[in-house]
Ligand binder design. Structure first.
Ligand code: WTA
Length: 635
């Protein structure tokens, strides 16, 4: 029996029990047998959730890129590591072998060094889904620089906030990006962001769309000529197990986005291990995750997890609807994709197109289908199972978070029997707990509560960049000695978990986490707005969409509401990005508030979801009268 590769259900239970009873010896064995270390650890795990402090493999030394690239060269040098599929199907796909990846990462790493980047420096990567994105991530890791990838759909303001928060010395970007039929002026966004970032000394620019762009003298440099001159050998920086590998921002319910810090050894071990098992990856498989590397799914399951296993990982630049809704299936057929990992929002959008488009493509290579990012509804699950998997490919509904680094609850395909809408069983090493509102753990099956994790796993985020106190308050204060996920879940009669959704003010729109506070702040910047409240409501493709209740200032505002709506969505686009635009905006005379002045979102949520007959108790409201008015004018 190999603990590294689980093949049967009995094996799962056996290995799971071992990983819970003896977590240290379990992970030690995995680490020892499957990775390359420059020095072994002094201790496997040290932890204290009350501080919170967690360290795995303390004292060990390694470089993650040696594990993801160098060690494969003797056995898999010519194998495709990254298979780049461009936005437009007429442009040829690029097969980057492990040998070539080695050279390109090393060259890039040397360019970073030449430009003054050193171990521990933060580098912001604002690059579309082109090979330079993955390569720049790995180049940072090669020299020990901490990468902070910002999804290239974020606005200049959102980018600037993230650059400043982690004090990035460099930004890597491109002249622009292709997204379906659109081109986006990324460099223009960077220029605007940098007007408010004094920490950035250098901007490296990759060429993608070949347009004339402004290059600021002394600051902006084209990447290609620098790469050309650079040596393709760069000795890896030897890192400590707990040295930060990257920062990745995620939305919180309030305030600034949180820069989650992931460290080196534990993250590597856990993402590699979960990749192998959750996708049952075999040597010559072609694996495709449709996420963007700007999100955690892309970090863990396009770059690090697959490459640590010597896999072939597809990187797709485009969108599912361009040039038509057959694009995903065209790619599956063309590259004979074996494992396909996507988000429920994409599945719902594709399902809406009917099945005719699918029939043109040969999907017989598929063996495993994955879903991540939000609860997958039953209808979408069946559609995926029947039309894409032809009822032969198990669906892994994998639950996890930016903070968890890797998959936490998920079926293992061909091992765990699946059940629609259930993420099923905890992954090896993961100890979930469901808690009631009084902080008691709900034991046994058929219970529903708040989802916590009781014991550290190797890839848990170690802190929030620059704000350990917030890390403690957000994740370790709601329940004693437990990591609180912010999600609700239930456990069924056989112990399967079903995630029921967020229990805080984070709304997941098309798989993107959005905090309500920053959106409200953006709206409130409009001179006509007095205050606003955002809630989510069910949407057949996006999962949830945003509903804004907006009270205008009493200035005799006679402006056209349609114009106001456009202006407000423009403000949101400028401050956060188009993903945070509101689907519905209702102008109200007031917002329901408690006597202490807090907006009662529960009521607004019900109204937005058309559930006004179950509003619950409104007698504690300060201004009960606004509720009826809001109901009468609901959209
Ligand atoms: C939600 C994405 C239900 C959940 C990897 C979580 C899910 C948040 C699932 C994290 C799933 C993710 N079923 N809900 N399979 N996967 N979520 O940080 O609310 O972008 O807390 O990480 O997405 O989103 P994040």
């Amino acid at each position: 029996m190999s603990n590294y590769h689980i093949k049967h259900l009995e094996e799962y239970y056996q290995v799971y029990r071992k990983s819970i009873r003896e977590p240290e010896s379990f992970w030690e064995e995995i680490a020892e047998e499957h990775f390359l270390w420059r020095k072994k650890w002094d201790s496997v795990l040290d932890w204290d959730f009350s501080k919170p402090e967690i360290s795995w493999f303390k004292g060990a030394k390694l470089n993650i890129t040696e594990n993801c690239i160098d060690r494969h060269l003797t056995t898999r040098g010519d194998k495709t590591a990254i298979l780049f599929e461009p936005n437009h199907p007429d442009e040829v796909a690029e097969h980057i072998s492990y040998n070539e990846l080695y050279k390109r990462v090393n060259k890039f790493a040397n360019v970073l060094k030449e430009q003054g980047i050193k171990k521990g420096d933060r580098v912001c990567i604002y690059v579309p889904m082109i090979p330079e994105l993955a390569i720049s991530v790995l180049a940072c890791a090669r020299i020990g620089a901490i990468h902070s990838v910002v999804f290239a759909g974020f606005s200049a303001t959102a980018l600037a906030t993230r650059i400043n928060d982690s004090d990035c010395k460099m930004v890597i970007t491109s002249d622009g990006s292709f997204r379906g039929s659109k081109t986006i002026d990324l460099k223009g966004i960077v220029d605007e962001a940098l007007e408010s970032c004094s920490c950035v000394e250098t901007v490296l620019v990759a060429k993608r769309i070949n347009t004339e762009i402004y290059m600021k003298a002394g600051r902006d440099k084209w990447l290609a000529p620098l790469l050309e001159k650079a040596s393709d050998v760069c000795a890896p920086e030897i890192m400590n197990a707990e040295d930060p590998l990257f920062i990745l921002y995620t939305s919180g319910s309030t305030g600034m986005p949180k820069g989650m810090v992931h460290t080196t050894a534990g993250y590597m071990v856990y993402t590699a291990y979960t990749f192998k098992n959750a996708f049952q990856y075999k040597e010559n498989d072609v694996y495709w995750c449709t996420a963007d590397i700007g999100w955690i799914t892309g970090h863990s399951y396009i770059v690090y997890g697959p490459l640590a296993n010597g896999a072939t990982t597809v990187m797709f630049e485009g969108v599912p609807s361009y040039p038509d809704y057959g694009r995903f299936w065209d790619i599956v057929q063309k590259h004979k994709v074996n494992q396909f990992y996507t988000a429920p929002t994409a599945i719902r959008a594709l399902a809406k197109q009917g099945t005719d488009v699918i029939e043109h493509y040969d999907l017989s290579s598929l063996k495993v289908l994955g879903s991540v990012g939000e609860p997958i509804n039953e209808e979408a699950w069946h559609w995926y199972n029947e039309n894409i998997g032809k009822k032969k490919s198990p669906i892994i509904d994998s639950w996890w978070q930016t903070e968890t680094g890797g998959i936490m609850i998920s079926p293992i395909p061909y091992v765990t029997p699946t059940k629609p809408t259930y993420a099923t069983l905890p992954f090896i090493g993961i100890q979930p707990a469901l808690m009631d509102e009084n902080g008691n753990e709900l034991k046994g099956n058929q219970v529903e509560g708040r989802l916590c994790i009781k014991f550290p796993w190797p890839s848990i985020a170690r802190t929030i960049w620059g704000n350990h106190q917030r890390y403690k308050e957000t994740y370790f204060s709601a329940f004693d000695n437990k990591y609180f996920t912010g999600d609700g879940a239930l456990r069924d009669e056989v112990g399967y978990y079903r995630i029921t959704g967020r229990v805080d003010d984070v709304i997941i729109v098309s798989g993107h986490n959005l905090g309500t506070a920053p959106i409200e702040d953006a709206i409130n910047e409009h001179p006509a707005v007095a205050e606003s409240a955002i809630v989510g409501f069910p949407h057949d493709i996006k999962g949830s969409a945003l509903y804004g209740y907006i009270t205008l200032k009493d200035t005799g505002e006679t402006r056209n509401h349609d114009n106001l709506r456009t202006e407000i969505n423009q403000l949101i686009t400028d401050r956060i990005g188009p993903i945070a635009k509101l689907d519905k905006m209702q102008f109200t005379n007031g917002l329901p508030k408690t006597r202490s002045g807090k907006i009662m979102r529960r009521i607004l949520r019900k109204i937005a979801s058309n559930e006004t007959d179950s509003l619950g108790d409104t007698s504690t409201l300060l201004n009960q009268e606004v509720v009826q008015d809001i109901i009468d004018n609901a959209l």
